[in-house]
Design a protein around this ligand. Structure first.
Ligand code: LFR
Length: 484
């Protein structure tokens, strides 16, 4: 065992977790052994002024999880890294928070889009920042802040804000900064000209740091709560960047689906693709570890299932997930043609009655809607698989790359019905796992920063390959209608 464990705080849009890991010498090289410490719900809160993240609760859970980890293995945890969903942020003045961070599913974004496009066309924005149009990109959210922007002296994205509370550091980790719309897609530096032209003062944008940057120890008050002044390391703080880093591939000919709340579908490239065709297909160029480009498209993802379950089952998270397992079994036994809908339709963005909206989607088009929960779940799964397969093909075409295998990582990698349907529809093998790719990517970037494993992306991926079993689904090997 290499001395010094690492702790990952991985905050997803539906739940967060604290996991610790340590590097061990396996037969063929270093392996990562992990231990789950805490898992907690991430329930947004709607107040009079909109939908917000309960960030104080997430911070409290982070501290509690780290304290628990430290108590379980006193003195052994060397560092901690934080990742979360992208785009959302807090504004500060003199270190004080100006309001409660908004949730990207809040309806305010639409007005921001109009305000930005009145000044900079969609085509020019894409040429500069390379981002697919998502109405919640930070740049659009900022356009709704009004006077608050003039008062603020700092903007910190969610993981950077938590890092600030933990240590006092004020930085912008680069992979997550690449989702703001304010980073130059080519240089990966702040596009200050663009920011100023949109009324965003350049002074609020913090210094950029790369994944693997050591940010220093927890501040004394925090260390008193956690038990020790652990060191904070900036990881690939955009969860999707951490997940893509942890894809267990040795080659270059893969596409990926990082499948959690969202399905992020794309390719890893050396440089951004900023063509008009890429813009029209709404493909994004986000920053990955080691200077890579995550050329991908946001597909709605498991949100459609989790939010449907929230509608059908009012019980606890645990009750919902066991109900989902039952429904997926039942969905696999549904016979007859499965109706496919456009999972990316904006009607599915806001929280609420997703099954009702799916029904309406079909009836508005004069089609018969799936009836009953199993049929709806089957329709969601097949529609997601169709959208994933489509995005893989589109990404490969736009980047002029051949894809021979699709890696599915994250929660969706455990959904057998989904993985088989994707293999069938894409006509490609699907390699599923690891389910905790994001946390593994988080931990392994720390292990690199501490010199525990080799410094290259290939070194990191080799550790994942040795550490996490995968399941391969071959196209046509099991008819999608058979048991999962
Ligand atoms: C996935 C993710 C996506 C991003 C979305 C919103 O968790 O980070 O990559 O587009 O959440 O932030």
């Amino acid at each position: 065992t290499v001395p010094g464990q690492v702790a990952a705080v991985d905050l997803g849009a539906t739940s967060g977790r604290v996991i610790v890991g340590r590097i061990e010498h396996g037969q063929t090289g270093p392996e990562l052994r992990t231990q789950h410490i805490a898992r907690f719900a991430n329930d947004p809160v709607r107040t009079r002024d909109g939908l917000h993240w309960n960030l104080l609760e997430l911070y409290r859970q982070t501290l509690a999880g780290l304290a628990l980890a430290e108590r379980g293995a006193p003195g052994e945890i060397a560092s901690v890294g934080i990742d979360s969903w992208a785009v959302d942020y807090g504004l500060l003045r003199g270190g004080r928070s100006l309001g409660v961070p908004y949730h990207y599913r809040d309806a305010r974004c639409e007005t921001g889009v109009a305000a930005v496009h009145a000044r900079v066309s969609a085509a020019e924005l894409y040429a500069r920042n390379g981002l697919q149009h998502l109405p919640f990109n930070t740049v659009f959210q900022l356009a709704t802040e009004g006077d608050l922007l003039a008062s603020a002296d700092r903007l910190l994205l969610i993981p950077d804000l938590l890092a600030h509370w933990l240590t006092g550091a004020e930085v912008a980790e680069r992979t997550n900064a690449s989702t703001t719309g304010l980073l130059d897609a080519r240089t990966q530096e702040w596009d200050l000209e663009l920011a100023e032209s949109l009324g965003i003062p350049g002074r609020i944008l913090p210094q950029l740091v790369n994944p693997g940057t050591r940010l220093g120890p927890l501040s004394p008050e925090v260390a008193a709560v956690v038990g020790r002044p652990l060191e904070l390391v900036a990881v690939a703080s955009h969860d999707t960047a951490s997940a893509v880093a942890a894809i267990p591939s040795t080659g270059q000919d893969f596409a990926y689906v990082s499948c959690g709340t969202w399905g992020l579908v794309g390719l890893e490239l050396d440089a951004p693709v900023l063509t008009e065709a890429a813009r029209a297909a709404n493909f994004t160029n986000e920053g990955g570890v080691a200077g890579t480009t995550r050329f991908l498209h946001n597909v709605m993802g498991l949100w459609l299932l989790s939010e449907s379950l929230r509608h059908w089952e009012r019980g606890t998270d645990a009750q919902r997930s066991s109900r989902l397992a039952e429904l997926l079994d039942a969905a696999a036994r549904v016979t007859g043609p499965v109706q496919i809908f456009d999972v990316n339709d904006a009607v599915f963005m806001p929280p609420g009655d997703i099954p009702g909206r799916i029904g309406a989607w079909f009836t508005e088009r004069g089609e018969r809607a799936p009836e009953g929960e199993a049929a709806i779940v089957r329709s969601i799964v097949e529609s997601l698989a169709a959208a994933f397969a489509d995005a893989v093909a589109t990404g490969a075409r736009l980047a002029d790359r051949e894809v021979r295998v699709i890696h599915v990582v994250g929660g969706g990698s455990q959904n057998r019905l989904l993985c088989q349907a994707l293999a069938d529809r894409a006509g490609l093998p699907v390699v599923a796992g690891p389910v905790e790719a994001t946390a593994m990517g988080n931990m392994l970037v720390q292990a690199q920063a501490l010199g525990q494993i080799g410094p290259e992306l290939a070194d990191l991926r080799a550790v994942v390959s040795r550490s996490a079993p995968v399941v391969t689904y071959l196209p046509g090997s099991a008819p999608a209608a058979a048991a999962p």
